[in-house]
Design a protein around this ligand. Structure first.
Ligand SMILES: [Zn+2]
Ligand SMILES: [Zn+2]
Length: 392
């Protein structure tokens, strides 16, 4: 079945918005132009706008009828610090900043749904359109929650959507329970004793100590985490020294941990701390671990997952909806919101030909073919959840 006809009729207009936002990317908590644009559009549609929720975040409120029921729909607005490699007309006008994760498309799909819902008001209750800043590791969801997001704009349920390159246009996927990994970053500062490169006997070499630490950390996944559970420990940074003939006195390692439960995250941290300190001590050096959990596991609530999958299936057919996607090791800021309100996150196909370029790649672009489909899912979530008949 095609997307709702009048949303399909908004396709060109939405493509224009999307390309405008793509051409003017803004990093986390700097989304001034983007939130101005979103606020202006929402007000033009007749949606009540509250600015400054989580710095550059904003919320639109749309009411119809008298029902106390409410639903939240969330999109993210920030870009990434990437130099865009595309040459098309709507490429980034700000070198070094780029919508390489498709948040331009997410913002546009939610705007398209707001336009339709404000015009038709075929529901009974309150919709909160949540436009989140700073999804890419800067804590935009937490900033909105700390600003009283769910006290000021109560939501019975909450839904969000992310594009997925490699999944065909018109397809959707998600799963109940853990869908995206929890993520932590870590830094390890190793302190040894520097010396002449030709006099290792005078040193405690932090490069050798750091190398043993990096190797030892690999045993956490293979020897400490239960084999039926999943975790990633990646050392992605190793900085030490300047000269060929100087053994430095310090080395700094860093990296990331991903897993699907709080208990595995805690187990990784405990084992990492013990290994870091004891391996260093074994060489006569010292090492300090700074371990920061940035994202909790994204946990989809079972009923709401079923609901959004049914809504998507009604639009595109059951054969185009995967109800048991393989969880991804990537992390997502929306996980904080799903800890506060029951809801679900779903992936929308960005194309398996054009649109298959991975996110966070300088050649990526959101596929405009997905716009009416995503907007239609948002619309149907509202019309079904805040059904006028059910309100009686
Ligand atoms: Zn991203
Ligand atoms: Zn993203």
């Amino acid at each position: 079945m095609p997307p709702i006809d009048s949303i399909a009729a908004q396709h060109d207009e939405m493509t224009g918005w999307r390309r405008d936002i793509h051409a003017h990317p803004e990093l986390g908590f700097e989304e001034e132009r983007t939130s101005d644009l979103v606020a202006a559009k929402l007000e033009e549609f007749g949606v009540e706008v509250t600015r400054g929720v989580g710095k550059t975040g904003l919320v639109g409120r749309l009411r119809a009828g008298n029902s106390p029921r409410s639903i939240g729909l969330r999109a993210d607005m920030d870009c990434l610090p990437i130099l865009e490699a595309n040459g098309f007309a709507h490429r980034s006008t700000d070198a070094g900043k780029m919508h390489a994760c498709g948040h331009d498309g997410h913002t546009t799909m939610l705007l398209g749904a707001a336009k339709y819902l404000a015009a038709t008001k075929n529901f009974d209750g309150t919709v909160h359109f949540i436009f989140q800043p700073a999804e890419e590791g800067l804590g935009g969801a937490s900033a909105m929650i700390a600003d009283g997001l769910f006290e000021r704009f109560p939501c019975d349920v909450l839904f969000g959507m992310h594009n997925r390159p490699g999944l065909a246009i018109g397809k959707f996927q998600t799963r109940p329970g853990p869908m995206m990994a929890g993520g932590a970053y870590f830094d390890i500062a190793v302190t040894g004793v520097g010396a002449h490169g030709a006099r290792p006997e005078s040193s405690i070499d932090p490069v050798v100590v750091g190398s043993h630490i990096a190797a030892a950390l690999q045993t956490i996944v293979s020897r400490n985490v239960r084999p039926v559970e999943t975790a990633v420990v990646s050392v992605t940074r190793f900085h030490a020294g300047q000269a060929y003939n100087v053994i430095p006195d310090k080395a700094v390692l860093g990296g990331t941990v991903r897993c699907f439960s709080d208990s595995v995250m805690a187990l990784v941290e405990t084992n990492m701390r013990r290994l870091v300190e004891s391996v260093a001590a074994g060489f006569g050096a010292t090492a300090e671990l700074d371990f920061r959990v940035l994202f909790p596991v994204l946990m989809n609530h079972a009923d709401e997952t079923q609901f959004i999958l049914d809504v998507a299936a009604e639009l595109v057919g059951d054969e185009n909806v995967n109800r048991d996607m393989v969880p991804t090791m990537a992390s997502e800021d929306f996980s904080f919101m799903l800890r506060a309100v029951p809801g679900a996150y779903i992936q929308i196909g960005n194309g398996d030909g054009e649109g298959a370029c991975e996110v966070h790649n300088p050649g990526y672009d959101f596929n405009d073919g997905a716009l009416p489909l995503g907007a239609s899912v948002f619309v149907r979530l509202v019309e079904k959840r805040l059904d006028r008949l059910a309100a009686g």
